[in-house]
Design a protein around this ligand. Sequence first.
Ligand code: SF4
Length: 383
Amino acid sequence: MNKLRSSSAGIYLHFPFCESKCPYCDFYSTLIDDNVSTKFMDAVIAESNKEADSDFGSFIYDTIYFGGGTPSLMNPDEINRLLENLQANFNIEKNAEITIECNPSFLTEKKMKGYLKSGINRISLGVQSFNEANLKTLGRLHTPDEAVKTYRIMRDSGFKNVSIDLIYGIPHQTIAEWESDLKTAIELGPDHISAYNLVIESGTEFGRLYSQNRLNLPSDEEQLQMYDSLNEHLNNAGYRGYEISNFSLPGFECLHNLKYWTGKPYLGFGPSAVSFDGKVRRKNRADIESYLKSAEKNIEVPSETEIIDRESALRESIMSGLRLTAGVSLERLKDRFDYDLREDKRNTIDSLLTEGMITIEDGFLKLADKALFISDSVMVKLI
Ligand code: SF4
């Protein structure tokens, strides 16, 4: 094993199979096929065995994240096998945060208990909406009742850290429907809520309908109102936003996702998974066929690499820092990049301060509440 580095890192596993394709989704996935998914497990283990001998073998890992796709299609034995392999190959901290994304279909108490036993200690439940019609619009296979039932099964099985994913800005969705979703989520009492404003991605079914003007989205004003009521409802219920779309009870922030937003290293397995060692970002080709072939032939997984030079790292630090409620540390930018943001963007910063779009407090530059919903347009002025 390589010499250990002091920096902690995360492991991401992309399970690229789903039961159907949701019309808004641009994550890489194909329809589930048991033969292919069994071969996929072997291929992940082959990739993990190879990476153990690379520089990634020297990190200490304190988060593991099973994402996808629909990783809850994996049974606990398969998860167990993967986790045992990771533990054999890498330095995984004893109390590592281990998350699995789950869809609220086909989840039994037996399966959940199996996940818990395998070492998974955090669930991210893809509810998206508690409204039947909106779930249908999103192409989801579960009903609102199934989502609630699954949430209860997770709690009854012993999970102490559960997050719920919600989406707003769904075609035809009303503000009242969104507020009802928020109320139901709060009543259930998850430890963490991710609430995403629907983004129309090109290459998806929604992208196609949008380009034909056939997607009846809530207006910009309505979406802004939805964002405001999201913050109001969750803050009143004791959740604190720590990132533009992420809210948690104190101490339940997602440690894995924080690694992406704070520039920490991570190692990704599976097609389309991304790895970052602090200098180079590598993205595995989003193609299950070539992924399986690389394991069969014992060759490298096809990927694209990008060297993150000083300029890119600086830009990314500013962008991701602004997404965090804590903001960007001006001192840290100086230490890490020898860069004075306040000085370099003096005029822009002064006018954003005057417009009330940003604040500077205790050496942190942050987006003001009113800029959060239009964060992209403010961020580009600062990079
Ligand atoms: S949203 Fe989730 S379940 Fe739907 S296609 Fe994408 S990865 Fe699969």
